[in-house]
Design a protein. Structure first.
Lengths: 885, 105
């Protein structure tokens, strides 16, 4: 046997036929020469040759590969069978595609967010240094990845213990370009050894070195590969290549490799800039992440223990000034600890951990339903095919050959389902990443098709097919084939017990499906509750403008005057109704707390410094006292407005107006006494989920530090994008040096519900798909029961049964199955949903309305799925069915 | 005919020079004085097998009476194979005749 011959077997076949033809001609000629007639000569020649067909078949067999031929035959045969029963094929393939696709997609994400290691040198050695238990909100906490201060890092670096190659970084949104052509980019400030400690080589130029850490401002930068490709057109670097970052020119000295996108999972860095040394490092800004490498044979526990023993000294050396003694005592008690960082650090991981695991569970259940469907389909088919198998056996097919045929069938279904599943997986994972990304926070997650999961789930599906297709197909053929042929699927009635396995599976499917649906309803309602929640202030039509005017070179004492000027300019822009300054934008996750004293009472409150008109802009009603006015200035007495929660918490029923509060000293915020002049209604603060905290508002003009930037809340009739464009245009025309950016307030708040949107979209999707699968399963079972009981239905109808009675017979059966499924499902939901309680908003996990809705939905669809085949049974013509017997 | 001997006989026949199937069958018959009657049909699968193994090669030629016929010739590998098979056969014959030798008292 040779491949060459196998491939050219048709040619050989012709060649041999010609050869045999030539033999016959020669022999015939010789026979004629011996004096025979032509017919006699030909027939003698043929008989001398022997059986020509047998000879050619023997040669053909030599040329073929038996197993290959057989498999090809099986495949063609299977494809034909599937083509002849498209309903079966479609449902089987779709079930499998759904199970494999959903699981693969979600696993890919879990893998990308949780499991995958960083593309750096020896990631398992990486350890992140944090303050055990966090810093209790002390000082300024910036960004999602800020855990330590620069002075703490410097102390650690100086000690060169206990970790090797200590490095630090801090993500920071930057603006690249000049004037009106400013683009937002993901910047990252890094210690000079950042790239070398991670073992990352530049693909162009060089990465940063320890020497690049210089006095401020830093002069050099390294860009990411994608930024270089997309924003710098991949031009080769020379000494003049550079970017204007936040108004300062940086020479671009290198490009990072394509696979390195930063240490934060889900976020890409664009520009890396080395740390610079200002005249004095601030000691109260927790904005950097510190990492190092374990030394050989050093364990994480030992590193943590060493960090702990060093902590007291480090904290003593880096203690910030301007805080109360109590806060400082707390600072000195901070303990540093190590945390494994081989997977990078991830805000995504911390935020989406439970959501992704829950989704993985949901997809697992979808796989279960899909497999139950496959099993049911195969069972139904196999029992129909008992007759066929018996005939095949009787005709001489070997048992092994039949098993091969059935295995091929399962494999073909599995292969087609898997192929479709792979496509589905890509769609679903893109959908998830899309649904997590928001306008202000683009998420970058490379998700490759995960073959391990795809093959695993496909394997589970194929095994289900084979197990449930093969076993019952042979159940009836173990004895004499003739018995099976006689009884093959032709009973007048079919006992209930013969469906027991299928019935169990339908009940299981319905109960799992109810759990998924109830979950989906909970998540959809959670999302709806969040979207509709009234935080107590205006959201729609509000735009937030951030204006930086450091480049205007005003003396700090003119800042207040200039800010008021800016607000007036914004108000004068056509289409703008109201505008006001605030030091703290509500509902976007930020928080600003000060300790306060009310006489002898100690407490805390959220703080914001706002300009007159703020409460009108945000539509927050005043309930007592007065609002701020233009006469509350830098030099006038300090005044404050508090919210109702503040009053309730610190004054009870007493009248707060005229009382005073004194803030606790902090750096740049000396202790100050404010007189309470008004009370406003309660509003939500950092986000809509949290309880309302006590809040204090003071006039923006009385904000202690002089800042060269300002945030203005703008209420406009225009769409936020248009309002922003108008305001920006007007301001830039007058002050071209200013940096003006903006965001749509309502949209940004709703972007914060990305997790809830994800859960609502995906659980809804999977719930719906599970319901479809379960309904197909139920429909299939009832149809199958109808088909098996045709004879019985015929007799009943011939004896006078009415159509309703026939329908009732099948519906009653279906109802029992559905009711059992719903009952079990309800119990399981009640237990399962407790685990999801933390992801819900505005409703309890045992929400009765949700369960009733899910049951009603499923029950409704289920009755339709069983009514259709039952009605078909009632339309049978008794004469025809009886004659068939 | 004994299993495997047909291949040897065909190779031996081709030692005399290229021949087509019809000739090979007749030569074997004649040289064995019609003791070994080859069923002419069974020759073709055997030729196919031998060619597949590379012991013989084939080409289309014209027969004595001017007809197209497929001719076979021995390849060097076939020559070697013939040696192997002949010596194996001779060993077999010696062994069998040894067993069949009249018993000497």
């Amino acid at each position: 046997m040779s491949w060459r011959r196998f491939i050219r077997r048709a040619w050989w076949q012709r060649e041999r036929a010609r050869e045999i033809e030539s033999y016959l001609e020669i022999e015939t000629a010789e026979n004629i020469a011996r004096g025979m007639t032509r017919e006699e000569a030909e027939s003698r020649a043929r008989s001398k040759l022997g059986n020509r067909t047998l000879i050619q078949e023997e040669i053909y067999r030599m040329n073929t590969m038996q197993w290959l031929e057989g498999t090809w035959q099986d495949l063609r045969h299977t494809a034909r069978i599937l083509y002849l029963s498209p309903g079966f094929a479609l449902v089987a393939i779709l079930s499998l595609a759904l199970g494999t696709g959903a699981n693969t997609a979600i696993f890919q994400l879990v893998d990308a967010v949780r499991l995958r290691s960083l593309p750096v040198h020896d990631p398992q050695q990486l350890v992140e240094v944090r303050i055990a238990g966090g810093n209790n909100g002390m000082g300024l906490n910036s960004g999602l990845y800020g855990h330590l201060t620069r002075p703490i890092f410097e102390e650690l670096r100086k000690s060169n213990r206990p970790l090797d190659q200590l490095f630090a970084w801090s993500p920071d949104e930057v603006r690249v370009g000049r004037g009106n052509d400013l683009r937002r980019a993901n910047g990252v400030s890094v210690s000079g050894n950042f790239f070398s400690a991670l073992g990352i080589q530049a693909v162009r130029g060089r990465t940063l070195l320890a020497e690049d850490e210089s006095a401020c401002p830093a002069a050099r930068a390294v860009v990411s590969y994608s930024y270089w490709q997309n924003e710098m057109e991949g031009r080769e670097l020379d000494s003049a290549t550079g970017l204007v970052v936040n108004g300062e020119f940086k020479q671009v000295i290198g490009v990072a490799p394509p696979n390195f996108t930063g240490l934060a999972v889900g976020q890409q860095f664009d520009v890396a800039i080395p740390f610079c040394r200002p005249r004095e490092l601030r000691r109260d800004v927790f904005d950097i992440t510190v990492m190092g490498r374990l030394r050989p044979r050093q364990s994480l526990e030992r590193a943590t223990a060493e960090l702990g023993s060093m902590s007291a000294g480090i904290m003593e050396a880096t203690v910030p000034s301007g805080y109360s003694q109590k806060t400082l005592a707390g600072y000195k008690r901070f303990r540093l600890a190590g945390k494994a960082a081989s997977g990078g650090v991830s805000w995504l991981r911390e935020t989406y951990n439970s959501s992704l695991l829950l989704l993985l569970g949901i997809t697992g259940m979808v796989l279960l339903i899909a497999c139950a469907n496959l099993a049911n389909l195969m069972l139904a088919r196999a029992s129909v095919r008992q007759h066929e198998m018996a005939i095949r056996l009787a005709l001489g097919a070997s048992r092994a050959r039949l098993i091969r045929l059935l295995v091929t069938e399962s494999a073909l279904i599995a292969a087609m389902g898997t192929a479709l599943g792979a496509i589905l997986a890509q769609i679903v994972s893109r959908l998830v990443v899309w649904s997590l990304s928001t306008t202000t926070n683009a998420i970058y997650l490379p998700t490759q098709l995960d073959w391990r999961v795809l093959l695993f789930t496909a394997g589970v599906g194929a095994l289900t097919c084979i197990l449930f297709g093969l076993v019952p197909a042979f159940r009836g053929t173990r004895g004499k084939a003739i018995t099976a042929m006689k009884s093959g699927g032709r009973g007048m009635t079919a006992g209930r017990e013969s469906f027991s396995l299928q019935r169990t599976m339908v009940v299981a499917q319905i109960s799992i499906c109810l759990v998924l649906l109830a979950g989906a309803v909970l998540f959809v309602r959670t999302f709806r509750n969040l979207m509709r929640f009234d935080p107590g202030m205006r959201e729609a039509g509000v735009t937030v403008a951030f204006i930086g005017f450091q480049q205007s070179h005003l003396p700090p004492e003119r800042y207040e005057w200039f800010k008021r000027q800016l607000v007036d300019e914004v108000r004068a822009t056509p289409g703008i109704r109201q505008a006001a300054i605030t030091s703290m934008i509500p509902l976007l996750g930020g928080s600003w707390t000060h300790g306060i004293h009310l006489g002898a009472q100690e407490g805390w409150s959220k703080f914001a410094w706002v300009s007159p008109g703020y409460f009108e802009t945000m539509n927050i009603p005043l309930v007592a006292g007065r609002k701020f006015s233009e006469s509350d200035t830098e030099v006038s007495p300090r005044v404050a407005i508090v919210n109702r929660t503040f009053v309730r918490k610190y004054f009870g029923n007493a009248d707060p107006l005229g009382k005073t509060l004194r803030t606790v000293a902090e750096p740049n915020y000396p202790a100050t006494t404010y007189e309470i002049i008004g009370v406003i209604a309660d509003t939500k603060y950092a986000n809509v989920r949290d309880d309302i905290p006590p809040m204090t508002f003071a006039p923006a003009s009385q904000l202690p530090p002089k800042q060269g930037w300002v945030a203005i809340m703008i209420h406009s009739d225009l769409a936020p994008a248009a309002a922003m464009a108008t305001v920006k245009g007007a301001l830039i025309r007058k002050h071209p040096e200013m940096i003006v950016t903006g965001l749509d307030f309502k949209r940004t708040i709703q972007d914060g519900f990305a997790r809830e949107r994800l859960m609502a979209v995906l659980s809804g999707l999977f719930g719906a798909l599970a319901a479809i699968l379960a309904m197909v399963g139920l429909y299939g079972l009832i149809s199958y029961m109808v088909a098996r009981r045709r004879g019985e239905v015929g007799i009943r109808m011939a004896l006078g049964a009415q159509r309703q009675q026939v329908i009732g017979m099948f519906l009653g059966d279906a109802t029992r199955l559905v009711a059992a499924g719903l009952a079990i499902g309800t119990l399981v939901s009640l237990v399962a949903m407790r685990g999801a309680a933390s992801l819900l908003f505005g409703l309890k996990s045992y929400d009765p309305l949700t369960l009733v809705a899910a049951c009603a939905l499923l029950g409704g669809v289920a009755s339709l799925a069983s009514f259709l085949p039952a009605r078909r049974a009632s339309k049978l013509d008794p004469m025809i069915t009886l004659r068939e017997e | 005919m004994l299993q495997g001997t047909l291949d040897m006989l065909i190779l031996q026949t081709l030692l005399l020079g290229p021949a087509h199937g019809h000739t090979i069958a007749h030569v074997i018959g004649r040289r064995s004085e019609d003791v070994l009657q080859v069923e002419h049909g069974s020759l073709y699968p055997a030729l196919h097998r031998l060619e597949d193994r590379g012991w013989i090669a084939s080409f289309w030629g014209t027969s004595d009476n001017n007809r197209k016929a497929r001719y076979y010739r021995l390849t060097p590998a076939g020559r070697k194979q013939l040696n192997v098979e002949t010596s194996r056969w001779e060993r077999m014959v010696r062994a069998i005749s040894g067993v069949l030798r009249p018993v000497e008292d």
